[in-house]
Design a protein around this ligand. Structure first.
Ligand SMILES: Nc1ncnc2c1ncn2[C@@H]1O[C@H](COP(=O)(O)OP(=O)(O)O)[C@@H](O)[C@H]1O
Ligand SMILES: [Mg+2]
Length: 257
């Protein structure tokens, strides 16, 4: 469903994403992990067609993100890291506005808004101003707007960050419910969350692909006869190993000429 090949993104002299390749198949829910600055949001922005790649390709449902951006946008719901809400609009007004931008047909719009209000459990707050909602509910609004038009693929950039534990659980359960009908790529720093809801994890470190495997396999790699580590420990150990392997020359190579 998502095919990324040798993707590189440079911002001036900084290589934010460095020849990253991966696939996400239909129906999967994949955790996209890495420290701050690793290149997660950049990769997601390229996959959604929000920014162009420097080199390499990204395809969604077989359509090249840059050759057929409209076909791709129709098939992707994107929740950016910073939820794009307009504080002076009510929840319903906001969804109506996004539906128009997304090109949801006028006739279908009302029903579609009702559908996503229901899915994201926003019915009780539909007439409230989005700016007055708690962060958890604002995040639901972000997910609701991503669901407009019922795209098969969801790209969710840190959907649970900044939420209290209860809000995190609520949003996590919402995502889990969505996984039945959507292919989902989800970035997060909450590794327990990954263990709970993602079968597979893609880890990037300093712009490069560090791992792409089933969470259980990644844990098994670091298992000893005495002890099975949790996913936090696995992640930590993996990145430390990578940093130790990286020679000073490899580090300077991160900055292109
Ligand atoms: N628009 C931009 N211009 C310049 N540098 C950027 C821009 N966006 C991101 N970066 C840099 O690219 C790197 C990767 O950022 P990002 O993809 O946001 O990482 P992550 O989402 O994993 O935290 C970081 O070093 C970040 O500072
Ligand atoms: Mg980010």
């Amino acid at each position: 469903m998502i095919e990324v090949r040798e993707l590189t993104k440079r911002y001036r002299d900084l290589v934010a994403v460095d020849r990253v390749s991966f696939n996400v198949t239909k129906g999967e829910i994949v955790g996209f992990l890495g420290l701050n600055g690793a290149g997660k949001s950049t990769t997601m922005k390229v996959v959604t067609g929000y920014i162009p790649a420097t080199t390499g390709t990204a395809k969604v449902a077989g359509f090249d993100v840059f050759e057929e951006p409209m076909e791709v946008k129709r098939r992707i719901g994107y929740l950016p890291e910073i939820v794009p809400i307009y504080p002076d609009l009510t929840v319903t007004e906001y969804l109506d506005f996004v539906a128009s931008i997304k090109g949801v047909a006028k006739k279908a719009k009302k029903g579609e808004i009702e559908r996503v209000l229901e899915k994201a459990q926003l019915k009780d707050v539909r007439e409230r101003l989005t700016g007055n909602l708690s962060k958890g509910f604002q995040q639901r609004c972000g997910i609701a707007q991503a669901l407009l038009g019922n795209p098969p693929v969801l790209i969710l950039d840190e959907p649970t960050s900044g939420l209290d534990p209860q809000q995190q659980r609520n949003v996590r359960e919402l995502i889990q419910a969505l996984a039945a009908e959507h292919t989902i790529m989800l970035s997060t720093h909450n590794l327990a969350e990954v263990e709970q809801i993602c079968k597979r994890a893609i880890i990037i470190h300093r712009g490069k692909l560090a791992a792409d495997d089933l969470v259980q396999n990644l844990i098994s790699r670091y298992k000893t006869p005495e002890r099975t580590p949790n996913f936090y420990e696995v992640f930590d150990t993996m990145l430390n190993d990578l940093d130790r392997q990286a020679t000073p020359a490899a580090n300077t190579a991160v900055r292109a000429a």
